[in-house]
Design a binder for this molecule. Structure first.
Ligand SMILES: NC(=O)C1=CN([C@@H]2O[C@H](COP(=O)(O)OP(=O)(O)OC[C@H]3O[C@@H](n4cnc5c(N)ncnc54)[C@H](OP(=O)(O)O)[C@@H]3O)[C@@H](O)[C@H]2O)C=CC1
Ligand SMILES: O=C1CO[C@H](CO)[C@@H](O)[C@@H]1O
Length: 344
């Protein structure tokens, strides 16, 4: 079987963080459920990923797949493929759990669903605080962060971090915390609309906060949020020529570019050949000319741009007036069995 060796980056707490992880967001259907066939594919592909050397898995309460992900991890531990301490598991607290006292309940529920005693990193998924009913709860993320510092102290997680925080929110958090966030997980992509996030990435990195790129391929579909959204750049001649020069694929060029910017990426795929392809990026180097060319693609467009959350306090992105009520999946906030969001 093929094997990959994925380097690590040190977090600000000294913990080694694999520079490439496995994303587990499958999307949800109209009933806000994932398709069970996709979950089986995810388990097969994740199992293969661990076999070939992936050691970092990104999941979240929102994704509804924590039980499936935990099942694979526990099986690999039982089968002696890895030890628990070899695997870096990230999960995220959804925004109806932002009260300080709710954070521990939420993280313990993640651990129960994952069937793990601890995670390696838990993130504040978004800076906004929204109730199950879609009401703006307006809880300050500084309060949420105090809850995060408590779960760290209790050993439920080895690191704490944030996701979707903008520069102002990062500055305010860093100025008002006891434990600084280890990471900020944000969209950075070079395949779809091209969001380089230079300013935010530079700021986080200058403060020792590792940037994790979600949707590194811009989810590989044209964005719903922009009427003239282009197709992903899989056939772009410039990308193809850089890929050809290095004997690599366009997606590998995109991931390598992130790695050379010091960014950790977490591509999602349920296709085994792509699991291998995405991790085979540590055996070549983009030169200065390639890097300068790739940087020019950045045009500041987001793929993940949840317009329906624009009216909420602490929405982190620029607000586009007139589009606030588009396509509101309030049900995305609803959980089957009450506030803890069990899916069993
Ligand atoms: N913190 C946050 O708010 C967010 C976090 N995330 C995290 O980031 C992860 C990745 O982002 P995601 O939005 O899933 O999108 P990605 O940008 O990773 O794109 C996923 C899509 O790309 C396809 N794909 C993967 N590898 C290749 C390849 N080598 N060649 C061609 N196509 C490929 C996949 O297809 P297939 O599976 O069929 O192979 C899938 O359709 C998520 O799974 C999640 O863990 C994502 C969004 C927001
Ligand atoms: O993690 C996530 C997965 O993608 C969703 C959008 O499709 C995001 O809202 C969410 O933050």
């Amino acid at each position: 079987m093929a094997k990959v060796s994925i380097p690590t980056i040190k977090l600000n707490n000294g913990i080694e963080f694999p520079a490439l992880g496995y994303g587990t967001w499958l999307g949800l259907n109209d009933k806000m459920e994932f398709e069970i066939t996709d979950a089986r594919k995810l388990q097969d592909a994740l199992s293969y990923a661990i076999d070939i050397g992936y050691r970092h898995i990104d999941t979240a309460h929102l994704y509804r797949v924590e039980p499936e992900v935990g099942e694979v991890i526990n099986k690999k531990i039982k089968d002696g493929v890895v030890k628990r301490e070899d695997i870096f598991v990230t999960t995220k607290v959804w925004h109806h759990h932002h009260k300080q006292a709710d954070v521990e309940v939420a993280v313990r529920d993640c651990l129960r669903r994952l069937n793990l005693e601890y995670v390696d990193l838990v993130l504040v998924h978004w800076p906004m605080s929204i109730s199950q009913e879609g009401v703006d709860e307006n809880i300050d993320y500084l309060e949420t962060w105090r809850g995060f510092e408590e779960v760290l102290k209790k050993g439920l997680t080895r690191s704490i971090g944030v996701s979707n925080f903008n520069i102002e929110q990062m500055k305010r958090l860093l100025a008002n915390c006891n434990v600084p966030p280890a990471v900020n997980q944000i969209e950075v992509n070079t395949i779809n609309l091209n969001l380089g996030q230079k300013e935010l990435v530079d700021y986080c990195q200058s403060k020792g906060v590792v940037v994790v790129a979600y949707s590194p391929f811009g989810t590989m579909v044209p964005s719903r949020n922009y009427p003239d959204s282009p197709e992903p750049k899989m056939d772009n001649p410039t990308m193809l020529s850089i890929a050809k020069k290095h004997g690599k694929t366009v997606t590998q060029i995109a991931l390598r570019y992130l790695y050379q910017r010091g960014i950790v990426s977490i591509p999602k795929t349920v296709t085994k050949s792509r699991v291998l392809e995405n991790a085979s990026i540590f055996d070549f180097q983009l030169d200065d000319e390639d890097v300068a060319t790739l940087a020019q693609f950045d045009n500041g467009f987001r793929t993940i741009r949840p317009l329906f959350w624009q009216p909420y306090e602490n929405y982190p992105f620029d607000v586009v007036l007139g589009q606030e009520h588009e396509d509101i999946p309030i049900s995305l906030l609803k959980w089957k069995n009450g506030v803890n969001g069990d899916i069993e």
